[in-house]
Design a protein around this ligand. Structure first.
Ligand SMILES: Nc1ncnc2c1ncn2[C@@H]1O[C@H](COP(=O)(O)OP(=O)(O)O)[C@@H](O)[C@H]1O
Ligand SMILES: [Mg+2]
Length: 303
């Protein structure tokens, strides 16, 4: 699966004098769930608006498998479902009627409406007026819109924003289903790292309009150092050994915390055992995407 569904080549967008998206090159593999991450204001929504042709980049190009977006806009957009900004509904109409209205304008099958309502689990509320929907139901209705006419690509801007954990869980499972069973390529943005961590196969992380990491989650974890907690019988002796080896550490009492790779951890364990230290425990703490994000942004600002 090396083929990309979407590639942007150094796209830039400025508002006023300010560069909001800076030379951003995205490579979104076909069939991936591509988590597009960044803090609020990083430029995610602006980028996604460009991906679906709502606004044009000032510079750079956007290519889909079907060709250049600007040159083949109609054909490409037909195959993209999107959820960007809070979708506008007619609040006095039911969920069903809102979807049917769009299908009529598009001159597409009305049977699709029932299908997408089922996929997002809104079947039970299809005859309820949208103004009576909860936030979670509205978000799911937004997803239902994006699924109309079965596009291969979904571009979803913070679809879990404002949802409670149960709502987030439901949307996550839905996206995993759409990816695994319906083989869609899904670009999903979030400012919440933990949320993306549990569903994405690939990620792009941006900060202030700049890419700070793009690739698979696996590679990202492997490329950054892990944190190990070592529990020993003789912490003062161990601290001296670490100092002699110029290894920095933190920690208290008989627990010592060291940032290192897996290989280094194995080597250190060997050194300690050879020096007669009793190593009761050597555990790797689970690194969250949050840790990785912070360490990457710090690296960038120090560079
Ligand atoms: N239409 C616009 N006019 C002026 N500034 C904008 C516009 N849209 C976004 N911005 C600015 O661009 C920056 C990035 O915004 P946005 O893409 O919405 O970030 P994110 O979605 O990551 O939170 C913000 O500083 C925002 O104020
Ligand atoms: Mg946004």
């Amino acid at each position: 699966m090396n083929e990309n569904e979407i590639e942007t080549v150094e796209i830039t967008k400025k508002y006023g004098g300010e560069t909001v998206v800076n030379n951003l090159s995205l490579n979104i593999p076909t069939g991936s769930i591509y988590g597009f991450l960044g803090p609020n204001g990083a430029g995610k929504t602006t980028t996604m608006r460009m991906l679906v042709g709502l606004i044009k980049p000032d510079k750079g190009s956007i290519c889909y498998k079907g060709g250049d977006l600007q040159q083949n806009k109609r054909a490409i957009l037909k195959n993209i479902g999107c959820f960007i900004d809070t979708p506008n509904y007619y609040p006095h109409l039911t969920g069903y009627e809102n979807l049917k209205y769009i299908q009529e304008i598009l001159n597409m099958s009305i049977a699709e409406v029932d299908r997408v309502l089922k996929v997002v689990n809104l079947d039970f509320a299809k005859d309820k007026k949208v103004k009576e929907y909860s936030l979670g139901m509205r978000q799911r209705l937004g997803l239902a819109f994006s699924l109309l006419n079965d596009p291969d690509v979904l571009i979803l801007d913070e679809p879990t924003n404002g949802l409670d954990p149960e709502g987030i869980y439901e949307i996550r499972n839905l996206l995993i289903h759409l990816s695994e069973v319906e083989m869609k390529t899904i670009v999903v943005s979030s400012h919440n790292l933990a949320e993306i961590e549990s569903m994405a196969s690939h990620i792009g992380m941006i900060n202030q309009g700049n890419m700070i990491y793009e690739g698979s989650l696996k590679d990202l974890y492997e490329s950054t150092l892990d944190e190990y907690t070592i529990t020993v019988d003789n912490p003062e002796g161990v601290k001296q050994i670490l100092k002699n080896q110029s290894i920095s550490f933190s920690g208290q009492a008989n627990q010592i915390v060291v940032k290192m790779s897996q290989d280094e951890a194995a080597q250190l364990n060997e050194i300690l055992v050879n020096r007669g230290v009793k190593v009761f425990e050597l555990t790797q703490s689970k690194k969250t995407l949050e840790d990785v994000f912070l360490s990457l942004t710090r690296k960038r600002s120090e560079a």
